[in-house]
Design a binder for this molecule. Structure first.
Ligand code: NAD
Length: 263
């Protein structure tokens, strides 16, 4: 049955906020036990408690900076100790840094890559090992972006990193197949989360236009309906992919962008 995640264990990185948080809630609504992995334990614990109370599933909060290998490995180990397995990883933690290429500080460029690309690698490596060990198969979902397929001004690091994740997901599909581990990338359009709220004034300044124009023309201009993608839109797709029974969709990407990017 599609969307049946009852009893499954899902680790979602960056799930104390925005898209990841909604994914955790939706997974719990479908019966999954969820692990809220984020930088700040108090924030993660608060989300985990709310979900446990609302949906009567088991939850766990862990401090996990996805760029810290020891912390990633320790977090994954703690999840296996508590739940005995990992069925699904959603590599979702991310940031945005806006700058023209010629002004992009190298340190900031590396920081963005570390979180998106190296973070996806470290968390996948740790979870995949456990999935293989337990012989239970698994689902690895990576939050990419429309920017895994398109470019925008002043977002070179993000565009490059998100394109890189597309390759990573395809590589996981090939290496995971013998172990019944599938992989997918979800590519959201603009979703009104803290990550995007922060960008609106920044983009207005760097492009020399009003905040309203940023929303209307830069963020939503290419959509078919002028609407933001919602956290629900993205979380529902994650539930669909995690609950898909066979490996027929492995390696594929699903773009959730109100028609901004149509494949
Ligand atoms: P958000 O800022 O609301 O949430 C991001 C979360 O990631 C935060 O809780 C933050 O603490 C966490 N995080 C940051 N660095 C981390 C690290 N090193 N280790 C662990 N956690 C870390 O942002 P969001 O919009 O929900 O973004 C989630 C994902 O969705 C990101 O990968 C982002 O690139 C992607 N995305 C967002 C949009 C959008 O429009 N909001 C569009 C496409 C893709």
């Amino acid at each position: 049955m599609l969307g049946n995640l009852k009893g499954k264990v899902a680790i979602i990185t960056g799930s104390a906020s925005g898209i990841g948080k909604r994914m955790a809630e939706k997974f719990a609504m479908h019966g999954a036990n969820v692990v809220i992995a984020d930088l700040n334990l108090d924030n993660a614990q608060a989300v985990a408690n709310d979900i446990q109370n609302a949906y009567k599933v088991e939850t766990m909060a862990i401090t996990m900076d996805v760029t810290n290998e020891a912390e990633v490995n320790a977090g994954v180990e703690a999840v296996v100790t508590k739940f005995g397995k990992i069925d699904c990883l959603i590599s979702n933690a991310g940031i945005q840094i806006i700058s023209p290429i010629v002004d992009f500080e190298y340190e900031k460029w590396k920081k963005l890559f570390e979180i998106h690309v190296h973070g996806a690698f470290l968390t996948t490596k740790a979870c995949m090992k456990k999935m293989i060990e337990k012989k239970n198969g698994g689902r690895i979902i990576v939050t990419g972006s429309v920017h895994s397929f398109e470019a925008s001004k002043d977002k070179a690091a993000y565009v490059t990193a998100k394109h890189g994740l597309l390759g990573f997901v395809r590589a996981i599909a090939k290496e995971g197949a013998p172990y019944n581990i599938s992989s997918n990338l979800i590519g959201p359009g603009f979703v009104k989360t803290p990550l995007v709220e922060k960008q609106i004034p920044e983009q207005a300044k760097s492009l020399g236009i009003s905040e309203e124009e940023v929303i209307k023309h830069v963020m939503l201009g290419e959509t078919v309906d002028g609407e933001f993608t919602t956290t629900d839109d993205v979380a529902d797709v994650a539930v669909f992919l995690a609950g898909f029974e066979s490996n027929a969709l492995t390696g594929q990407s699903l773009i959730v962008s109100h028609g901004w990017h149509i494949q």
